[in-house]
Design a binder for this molecule. Structure first.
Ligand SMILES: [Zn+2]
Length: 295
């Protein structure tokens, strides 16, 4: 269902169709629906030029590859029948490409506040419905079987508003998949540089999800075995000013180290699949369902 961003009217028409109640129209640019034109080129939460760098790094970096493995497992575990899935903050489409390859029968959509990121996504993901949208204003109601936001919430001041909007956009019983950076004691110049507002605790995320009307189905840390290495890397850079941090050194590891870290992450993810929930780690995965109305 479409939920009009101008008048909140809900109607069973495509989200790109003019609102039948107030007549508000949606602008299409190169086939991409523009729902938040005021943010197309920049926003406080993320530096648009960062996408160019990310494209080169993601394909080889152990962390992005391992996170994709984890998400592909989680999708299959909680949405075995596939269905419709929206990724909020899909960036250049690295996660959606992985999910679509693993689950070609599911229907994938991706949103991003920056058009810059979507240009890469469009090349990578022909046939996927891409839209420019602000996660705080989602033009759908009871529409998707699953919604994911992977390392997105920590960029947004109004994270509770985003969770409420996701809740409204999900069908009852639909699944929310989240990954977020964890533990404020891991805060470093890297977080400043990435425009993070916070790193989460499990308790904070649990209470925000419950308040938004979700039941948590699975919650685990990841980047557990590599936490000492992560902590050491961050302590070394503790006194470096954000403008002097070179992101490529943290993400573009020596190939041997990168390969070793990937093997360690795969072991950790295998154990998650077998039921282990890690208490600590650089990041947290949460899967939650939208509560069905009680009769
Ligand atoms: Zn309207």
């Amino acid at each position: 269902m479409k939920s009009c961003l101008s008048c909140n009217a809900q109607a069973d028409i495509p989200a790109t169709a003019p609102c039948a109640t107030c007549g508000a129209t949606v602008v299409l640019r190169d086939g991409v629906a523009i729902y938040a034109p005021e943010y197309t080129d920049e926003s406080d939460g993320f530096k648009a030029e960062y996408f160019d760098e990310l494209v080169k790094l993601e394909d080889r970096n152990f962390w992005f590859r391992a996170r994709n493995r984890l998400l592909i497992w989680a999708f299959g575990r909680f949405m075995p029948k596939g269905g419709s899935f929206l990724e909020i903050g899909c960036g250049n489409g690295f996660v959606l490409r992985g999910l679509r390859t693993a689950y070609p029968e599911a229907r994938f959509s991706g949103s991003e506040i920056f058009l810059n990121g979507l240009q890469f996504a469009r090349q990578r993901l022909p046939g996927v419905d891409l839209m420019q949208m602000d996660g705080r204003h989602i033009p759908f109601a009871a529409h998707f079987d699953g919604i994911g936001a992977f390392d997105v919430l920590e960029h947004i001041d109004q994270d509770e508003e985003v969770l409420a909007q996701i809740h409204a956009a999900l069908k009852p019983g639909g699944h929310l998949f989240l990954t977020v950076p964890q533990h404020m004691w891991l805060w470093s110049a890297m977080d400043d540089l990435a425009c993070h507002v916070r790193r989460y605790t499990a308790a904070e995320l649990n209470s925000k999800l419950a308040a938004a009307g979700f039941d948590v189905q699975r919650s685990t840390s990841f980047v557990f075995f590599l936490l000492p290495a992560m902590l050491a890397a961050r302590l070394v850079k503790r006194n470096v000013a954000p403008e002097d941090v070179d992101t490529s050194t943290e993400l573009d590891l020596h190939p041997v180290l990168n390969a070793v870290f990937y093997v360690i992450m795969r072991l950790e993810i295998l154990l998650i699949r077998l039921g282990v929930s890690w208490p600590l780690g650089g990041s947290r995965l949460m899967v939650a369902t939208k509560r069905k109305p009680t009769v």
